[in-house]
Write a protein that binds this ligand. Structure first.
Ligand SMILES: [Zn+2]
Ligand SMILES: [Zn+2]
Length: 110
């Protein structure tokens, strides 16, 4: 990791499952630039560049089991009371409700 130092004051989110990488502005549940928003989970948040009223975009979160960074795309994680990466959701598939199990199986096939 030769460019470790350069990244020190830049906050970069990168998904551990796909190649998605993006600079983010805030990590947590209450983005300071958004008005009175409390997110369901700790997220990586970007200010929405097109918004003048505190808009934001959530780009990623943390798997509640393995603590890895995962993006919010369907292929990488799912949210069921907490966020789970695809790996963990497969490992613990028996603990999810039936509809979600089907969704997870469906993901695996695609
Ligand atoms: Zn991803
Ligand atoms: Zn996980």
């Amino acid at each position: 990791m030769a460019d470790d130092k350069q990244q020190h004051d830049r906050r970069v989110f990168s998904c551990t499952t796909c190649d998605f990488t993006v600079d983010y502005h805030y990590k947590g549940r209450k983005p300071p630039f958004a008005n009175c928003i409390l997110l369901h989970e700790e997220c990586y948040v970007l200010k929405d560049p097109f918004s003048t009223s505190g808009g934001f975009v959530t780009v990623g979160g943390l798997c509640s089991m393995c603590n890895r960074d995962v993006c919010l795309s369907n292929g990488c994680s799912l949210f069921y009371t907490q966020r789970f990466c695809t790996n963990c959701s497969v490992k613990h598939i028996q603990e999810f409700p039936h509809e979600l199990q089907q969704e997870i199986m469906h993901k695996l096939k695609s």
